[in-house]
Design a protein around this ligand. Structure first.
Ligand code: ZN
Length: 164
C-alpha cells in the first residue's frame, strides 16, 4: 500500500483531485465499493466523489468493474484503488516539473528585467527600451529588477525535486 503521509505523494494526489479527493482516498472503505458507499463513509458529496473517482480512473489510480443486477438489469459500478503504478507516475511527473523549472530558470538567468516602482509591470530589457524606461501604465521611471532571490528559489526547487 502506498504511503499517503508521504509529502510528494500527497502533493501529487492533491494536484489531481484536490483536498477533498485526498480525504476521500484516506477514508475509502477496503475492497470494491460504489460511489454512494464512499460518499456515505467519508461524508464527501457524491458529485465530488464521482469527479475524483473519474480523474483517478483517467490516471490509472482506480479500477472500475461493472456488475449487472440479474433481477433489475441495473448496472452497478464497483471501484477500488490501485496505486501500484504511482511511483512510475511520480518520477514522470518529477521529470516534467524539472523540465519546466529549468526552462523558467534559463529565462530568468538570461534576461534583464525592469519594473515599475508602483508595481504596474515587469518588462524585459528590450520592452523597456521601447518605452524609454518609463512605465507604460503610469509613466514612472522603471527600475532594474534584481531577480536573484527568485532564481535561488527556482534552483532550490529543482534541487529538492531531484533529491527526493
Ligand atoms: Zn507604473
Amino acid at each position: 500500500m502506498v504511503d499517503l503521509k508521504d509529502r510528494v505523494i500527497q502533493g501529487y494526489i492533491k494536484s489531481l483531485v484536490g483536498e477533498d479527493g485526498l480525504k476521500m482516498i484516506e477514508g475509502m472503505p477496503e475492497g470494491e465499493v460504489t460511489d454512494e458507499q464512499i460518499a456515505e463513509k467519508t461524508g464527501i458529496l457524491l458529485n465530488t466523489v464521482r469527479r475524483a473517482l473519474f480523474i483517478l480512473y483517467q490516471n490509472k489510480l482506480t479500477v472500475c468493474r461493472r456488475e449487472r443486477d440479474s433481477n433489475s438489469g441495473w448496472l452497478t459500478y464497483l471501484w477500488h484503488l490501485d496505486f501500484s503504478g504511482i511511483e512510475q507516475q511520480l518520477s514522470r511527473e518529477k521529470r516534467r516539473l524539472t523540465r519546466n523549472l529549468n526552462t523558467r530558470l534559463d529565462f530568468e538567468e538570461n534576461n534583464l528585467f525592469y519594473v515599475c516602482p508602483q508595481g504596474c509591470v515587469r518588462l524585459l530589457f528590450d520592452e523597456a527600451t521601447e518605452t524609454e524606461f518609463l512605465c507604460p501604465m503610469c509613466g514612472e521611471d522603471l527600475t532594474h529588477y534584481d531577480n536573484s532571490n527568485f532564481v535561488n528559489v527556482l534552483k532550490k526547487r529543482i534541487e529538492s525535486l531531484n533529491t527526493t
